[in-house]
Design a binder for this molecule. Sequence first.
Ligand SMILES: C[S@@+](CC[C@H](N)C(=O)[O-])C[C@H]1O[C@@H](n2cnc3c(N)ncnc32)[C@H](O)[C@@H]1O
Length: 345
Amino acid sequence: MTSTPEKDKPEYSPKESNLASCMNMEPLDNNHFLYCGECNKEPEVHCPAHGPYNYIQDKEVPEGDPLKAEHTLPDCLEIKTSKIAGAGLGVFSKEGLQSKIMFGPYGGAIITDNHKSGYCWKDGKEATATSNWMRYVNCAMKEADTNLVALQNKEGIYYCTLKPVSPGEELLVWYGVEFSRELVLIRDKNSQKHTKIHKGKRQYKCEVCGLLCKHSSILKIHMRIHSGERPYMCDKCGFACNKSSTLKTHMRTHSGERLFKCEVCGHACNKSGNLKNHMRMHTGERPYICEVCGKTYKLRDNLKTHIMKHTGERPYKCEICDYSCTRSCDLKTHMKKHTGERLHK
Ligand SMILES: C[S@@+](CC[C@H](N)C(=O)[O-])C[C@H]1O[C@@H](n2cnc3c(N)ncnc32)[C@H](O)[C@@H]1O
């Protein structure tokens, strides 16, 4: 492909060149670059060889829409389970896309602390309910699968198609080696080698979610997640679960066995996860962050309950009256009104 001679380089004009309004920019400096995937260069304003980007705008949503991330999705795309096993949701092209389509900017609040999240870019932007659909775009596992490139223009991050995307294809961006490693999408060399050792042997595939297992026995246990089968039952309280190890842990609630001891205050727990939660009392760590309002929590369940305030969800419903609430303990307290049980003894 020949590039346009220097003197014939088109002057930037949004109207003439069909450039996105988001690109109505001042001269770019080192921090404000565009990248042309086809010629593998960082051109000024637009790639002289391959022309302008076409911009597909986010769908407009009302101010404060708690489902902004879903509702901003342009019609040509859809959000569904990613083709990458275990990656959660992903974004797919419905009808196919040309090369050099630009989406963005990546929405989210600016965060100041150094916390790591799969939803924030290195410059400190965090996708939240202030975020748009771009938070659902996954990272390609190998270069050949990458069809999006991330561009920074002024303060915004934009995703552009590097090549034509077929109908039904998942949009996959490349986060960069360092950031992917932080998110544990890339492992260190040693563990990569280790993965390679096992790679060829993981031939048992779950037909429901694509998980690959090394042994058929592991796949058999995994399948219980999908079938709902719970063959292990506690003979003391009837609790049922799908793994013998889970029953073993559960039995500690009856035996009072507390194997996990806090080295700071001596508090003992029956599960390692409970000790981890307890340790946050000492460290003050609040790793669970509400993506809508930024409130932080020490416990995942507390964040889950809090999020219901934003979504309006009230899963605990009284069968006698129309009372509903976000916590089972509140429903329990409420039920005492119907049963006549005294609220405070
Ligand atoms: C920007 S979000 C992408 C949307 C996410 N899949 C979801 O369901 O919300 C980034 C997170 O998705 C997951 N992810 C993205 N690419 C992945 C990949 N190649 N393999 C595994 N997980 C991936 C990781 O959990 C990562 O922290």
